[in-house]
Design a protein around this ligand. Structure first.
Ligand SMILES: Nc1ncnc2c1ncn2[C@@H]1O[C@H](COP(=O)(O)OP(=O)(O)OP(=O)(O)O)[C@@H](O)[C@H]1O
Ligand SMILES: [Mg+2]
Length: 216
């Protein structure tokens, strides 16, 4: 199977797409958002294309593009679409040697259908997961709950990518009590564009280590 990593988060809007765009650029990876809910303005795939500078071919089309910005199970129902999880069970182009960065919708316990959660799909793929966690108040609870859910299903956790202003005790507490490691922290960028993102990722993350340890 091709080298792949799932970028998930403690919540919607936590910074998964921005982090994924930086990772795609740093690793020369393909990007895949299998289920996109919400098509107004830029989709996550559009944002990754803009922020990573990825050429079109590096971005794999979504399997489901749903109009409503809601949980996929509901967005699908409103669109009159039945999500068939078996269509998501295989990674695209499994024989490729180009690393694949996969972004989930929202957080781990988001329903794809009335019966299946996104974390069930991650379990089936059995690829390592990077958990994007903010450094804001409330993140310790969300992060430790997410880590526990991953462990219960024996989904490999590659580590935490923090997003936001430095918060030393919060980061330490999540890492220690979650028995995991920090991959780095992406500060809040202003402006946020492909250049500032590339520079921030290079300053705060070790791309070579990610390639060797996560995608080996
Ligand atoms: N490091 C950052 N610096 C500045 N702005 C950021 C940063 N990370 C995220 N943002 C902004 O925060 C918002 C949410 O980020 P993003 O879209 O990456 O979240 P997400 O977790 O992918 O959300 P979704 O669940 O909808 O996929 C966006 O407006 C994005 O531009
Ligand atoms: Mg996103």
């Amino acid at each position: 199977m091709r080298p792949a990593v799932v970028v998930t988060g403690t919540d919607t809007d936590v910074g998964k797409t921005v982090f994924a765009a930086a990772l795609v650029a740093a690793l020369g990876a393909d990007y895949w958002k299998p289920v996109q809910a919400g098509l107004e303005g830029e989709t996550d795939t559009d944002v990754v294309r803009r922020l990573s500078g990825a050429v079109q071919e590096r971005v794999i089309p979504e399997v489901y593009r749903l109009r409503t910005p809601a949980s996929p199970h509901l967005a699908a129902e409103l669109d009159g679409v039945a999500i068939d999880v078996s269509r998501l069970a295989e990674l695209p182009e499994p024989a490729s040697t180009i690393p694949l960065v996969i972004e989930g919708a929202g957080g781990l316990m988001v329903p794809l259908t009335r019966k299946e959660l996104q974390i069930d799909l991650f379990e089936r793929w059995a690829v390592p997961v990077i958990l994007v966690s903010s450094t804001r108040l409330g993140t310790i609870n969300h992060s430790l709950l997410s880590i526990e859910a991953l462990r219960r299903r024996q989904i490999p956790l590659a580590g935490i990518a923090f997003v936001g202003d430095e918060n030393k005790d919060t980061e330490r507490t999540i890492i220690e009590m979650g028995a995991t490691r920090s991959l780095g922290r992406l500060p809040h960028l202003k402006p946020l564009d492909a250049d500032t993102l590339r520079a921030a990722f290079a300053a705060h993350f070790d791309a070579a280590e990610l390639r060797n340890r996560v995608l080996a």
